[in-house]
Design a protein around this ligand. Structure first.
Ligand code: ADP
Ligand code: MG
Ligand code: MG
Length: 885
């Protein structure tokens, strides 16, 4: 028969799945010989059964009774016994801590009779007994009977007036018990159950039920905690911190969770029960002051904290209670900490000989590192928040609001800090985005143009702040509450939280970025940077995955190298056709014959050659994967509406339109597509527009000859069939051979068909690079320019997925295609080089996936490179652990 109940002496910390974190750690402390009140744990398995079947499993009741018997024997008193009662707490405790999400009831076993027994037990302390009783009815009423806690709190407040709760005497508390019973009667339509066993049984079920409370569901979704784990229930003999001034309760950390510093960090509250500390009923005192109040307990506590740190080999947090000079431990767990503390603690533990450097690397995460890399707002500063959008690219930026890229460039040129505010951005805004400190848009999701480009540049961005009404024409935006921000007004945006503030919020810089940028001095005088440095070096030593950068300019390439990139995995060429060069693309599109078209291409070629040479120089002998032009050509042409209006006005005699305008209008109409992302782009352009790819390949070859040691790799986008690849490869190979240049020719795998036919595609490709943005778009059928803003928040709410598949690679679907293509590609061509160059290349969970799938490298935006290096190291060190939470 299944075993549903474990005594604290039976469990241990490895049984979190079954006993929950609290139960497993209470057992661990018990077995370490620490002073834990006796008790037992009902398993998560029992909870899962209860939630599925709507009743507790057969045999559970008897098993609980048996353990209760043992507990009663150990304590020498019976639950709720009239003259000398045993009281217990009934406490939730899931595998992952969900602070404040679940329920606990203290003082179970009290009723109108046993309350007198409790007073007698405590040497006639009536006040203490009635205080415990009112607490029971309050917690039971709220938790088990579902009564709004405000009813009880209100009654308590009215009774207190401006006194503390400790000033209430026994008579007043006895009166409060009557009041509380009245509230139960009125609000729940039933009496408070006097039978101790009934109290316990109902409390256990209430804890089970709390697993599915709406706030618990929401919390799990946010923290990506699986919904089907259930919670354990701990039944613990009560110890009392509310017996008088020789008693109390507290919480503590074994070291500072903010910085990792060793020392005494905690709060203590005299004459109180545990929940008072968190509820903030009275002001706590610093734990250090306990030394003055009760030196013996204080010393014992510090000793226990040292024992726990050594045992868990990590920062722990604890809950404890002192009952009339006797210390009791009520909870411990490995404690949460800030990103900075995580790095410091990990290396401190190495120095203390508690963990290996291997383990230190697994103890920190890429997300934590990313947090350390962005400048941030001073947490103590006063702020006035006007809106909240999506946290698209982290960091803190302050500047004058500007509403066009030209104005951004102009003001930045005069040394001003500006924030570029747009409804949404497009490729023409690039110069403005580069000039700005940060970018704010009122439309678009986390993979909108603004978001992707900003992340690539490591620039702060808040996007989709839909509460803002942006008027580009009037150069201002309106925020809720009647706030208007006009051009030149200073605003502050927090890309880590998505918040928008009016006025200047002070910013602090990241020393970690200065260190990655190569400022040696930072390492000398910053202990956090020293910790990061140690961990990064070790991660680099251990990782198997290479890390490359997505970089399109020599500046980006240079930064990527400083950040540790081992090459460029994706150099996009489309931005090289913007600005001045648009004219040449227009000529290309308007060319009426072979000769005109070639002339336009000939004009582009030297410009491209210079572009590539710059990047080869910046990478100095490292491989550079250049993707031939990918987006549909109309992206380089004037807007259809603009052109139509201009021509129509001219026709009406109200303006002027050149012959070129008219020709362009015809061309734009001709090139117009309903689904441009599925239209004439990528390899299709290369096949349909003669000479376009050839021009690019020639430019690459010439640039490679110009820069000694250059290692170009030519990448063909959007291939779906090997035939496409073969056709362009043949032409490219011919050009390279003629120029006497050696370069790999490979393909992106970003259509499902390419993945499904990878064996064939590999015959014509020297490498694969998974373009997981498009692959996700086409596998899910999600238009990534639309769906995120349109309904992803609803999808997340509905639990259709825990995280956007554009953010973290969808292992089950897209990941399956990647694995299949990797395996079949390598079967057809042993040693085939495999990489990934979507946004996922810098996402921690996706990096682990790439490691597991056997890819050779990930490529990501320059600012994510340290994150990818760290996660690749972690993946190599924790081969079987895909849980990066
Ligand atoms: P949470 O998970 O919200 O912290 P707990 O189950 O830890 O809830 O309990 C809430 C408070 O009650 C804590 O401060 C805890 O220390 C205290 N507490 C729980 N059980 C007992 C007990 N048997 N005796 C005294 N205090 C207890
Ligand atoms: Mg607790
Ligand atoms: Mg693509």
């Amino acid at each position: 028969m299944a075993k549903y109940v474990y005594d604290f002496t039976e469990g241990n910390r490895n049984l979190k799945d079954l006993l929950g974190g609290k139960g497993a750690n209470l057992a661990e402390m018990t077995n370490l010989g620490l002073p834990v009140p006796p008790g037992f744990t009902i398993t998560t398995e029992a909870c899962r059964y209860y939630l599925a079947e709507g009743r507790v499993p057969d045999g559970l009741q008897e098993e609980v009774e048996r353990h209760l018997d043992e507990l009663e024997q150990a304590m020498g008193r019976k639950l709720g016994q009239t003259d000398d009662p045993l009281l217990v707490s009934v406490r939730s405790g899931a595998k992952f801590s969900m602070p404040g999400m679940m329920e606990t009831v203290l003082n179970i076993g009290l009723n109108d009779e046993s309350v007198h027994g409790l007073a007698k037990q405590a040497g006639g302390n009536e006040r203490f007994a009635w205080d415990s009783y009112r607490r029971l009815i309050q917690m039971f009423g709220k938790t088990v009977l579902g009564i709004d806690g405000a009813h009880f709190e209100g009654a308590l407040d009215r009774l207190k007036g401006d006194r503390e709760d400790t000033d209430l005497d026994a008579g007043e508390l006895q009166g409060l018990v009557e009041t509380f019973k009245g509230i139960v009667h009125e609000q729940a339509g039933r009496e408070f159950p006097a039978d101790p066993r009934e109290q316990m049984r109902l409390a256990v079920m209430a804890v089970f039920d709390s697993w599915n409370a709406p706030r618990a569901i929401l919390y799990r979704r946010q923290e990506r905690i699986p919904a089907d784990l259930g919670t354990a229930v701990n039944i613990v003999a009560m110890v009392f911190g509310n017996c008088g001034n020789d008693s109390g309760t507290g919480v503590a950390f074994t070291r500072d969770p903010g910085s990792g510093q060793q020392g005494v960090y905690g709060d203590y509250l005299q004459n109180a029960q545990g929940e008072d500390v968190v509820a903030g009923i009275r002001n706590t005192i610093p734990l250090q002051d306990l030394e003055r109040l009760d030196k013996r307990c204080y010393d014992e506590l510090l000793e226990i904290m040292a024992t726990l740190e050594n045992h868990y080999r990590d920062l722990c947090d604890i809950e404890f209670t002192i009952e009339r000079g006797k210390l009791w431990m009520l909870q411990t767990r490995v404690g949460k900490r800030t990103a900075a503390a995580a790095f410091c603690i990990a290396t401190q533990l190495v120095d203390q000989g508690l963990i290996s450097i291997d383990e230190a690397v697994t103890r920190v995460t890429g997300d934590q590192l990313a947090k350390l890399m962005f400048p941030r707002f001073d947490a103590d500063a006063a702020k006035s928040r006007i809106a909240k959008g999506m946290n698209a690219s982290p960091g803190a930026a302050v500047g004058k609001a500007v509403f066009s890229s030209e104005r951004a460039v102009e003001l930045a040129g005069q040394g001003e800090d500006v924030i570029l505010v747009r409804r949404e951005t497009n490729p023409d805004d690039l110069s403005g985005m580069i000039a700005a400190r940060g970018i704010l848009t009122s439309r678009g999701g986390k993979t909108s143009h603004a978001a992707v480009v900003a992340r690539g540049m490591g620039k702060t961005c808040v996007c989709g702040a839909e509460e803002l009404e942006v008027s580009i024409e009037e150069r201002r935006f309106a925020a809720p509450g009647g706030v208007t921000v006009s051009e030149g007004d200073v605003i502050s945006i927090d890309g880590t939280t998505g918040e928008v503030f009016v006025g200047e919020v002070p910013v602090v810089d990241s020393p970690v970025v200065e260190y990655f940028e190569g400022k040696e001095a930072v390492r000398e005088d910053d202990s956090l940077v020293r910790a990061v440095d140690r961990i990064m070096r070790h991660a680099d030593e251990k990782r198997r995955l290479g890390v490359r950068a997505n970089a399109d300019t020599p500046e980006d390439a240079a930064r990527a190298r400083r950040f540790g990139a081992q090459g460029i995995g994706l150099c996009r060429t489309e931005h090289m056709f913007l600005g001045e060069r648009r004219r040449l693309v227009e000529d290309l599109v308007l060319a009426s014959g072979e000769e005109e078209r070639q002339a336009a291409l000939d004009a582009l070629e030297p410009l491209q050659r210079a572009d590539f040479a710059g990047i080869f120089r910046a990478m100095d002998g490292l491989p550079v994967t250049i993707r031939l032009i990918d987006p549909p050509l109309h992206e380089f042409l004037p807007d259809l509406t603009d052109l139509s209006v201009r021509v129509a006005l001219a026709d009406a005699g109200a303006g002027e339109a050149s012959d070129k305008d008219r020709a362009l209008l015809t061309a734009v109409k001709r090139l117009h597509e309903q689904n441009p992302m599925l239209g004439l782009r990528g390899v299709r352009l290369g096949l349909v527009i003669p000479g376009l790819f050839a021009m690019q390949v020639r430019a690459i070859a010439q640039a490679a000859k110009e820069v000694p040691g250059a290692r170009p790799e030519i990448m063909i986008p959007l291939v779906a069939a090997v035939q496409e690849l073969e056709a362009v490869r043949e032409e490219a190979a011919g050009i390279l051979a003629e120029a006497g240049v050696d370069a790999l020719i490979g393909t992106m795998i970003e259509t499902p068909r390419a993945a499904l036919t990878a064996g064939q595609v590999a015959e014509a490709a020297q490498f694969f690079s998974f373009g997981t943005n498009d692959l996700t778009q086409m596998t899910w059928g999600f238009s990534r320019d639309d769906v995120e803003a349109a309904f992803f928040s609803r999808y997340l709410e509905l639990g259709m997925f825990g995280v956007s598949p554009f953010e973290t690679l969808d292992r089950d679907g897209v990941g399956r295609l990647v694995r299949l293509a990797a395996d079949e590609g390598r079967a057809a061509r042993p040693g085939l080089k495999l990489g990934i160059c979507g946004e996922h290349g810098g996402d921690p969970d996706s990096v682990h996936f790439c490691h597991e799938a056997g890819l050779d490298y990930v490529s990501c935006s320059p600012f994510r490179i340290p994150v990818a290096r760290l996660e690749a190291g972690r993946a190599a060190l924790s081969q079987n652990d895909s849980d990066t939470r």
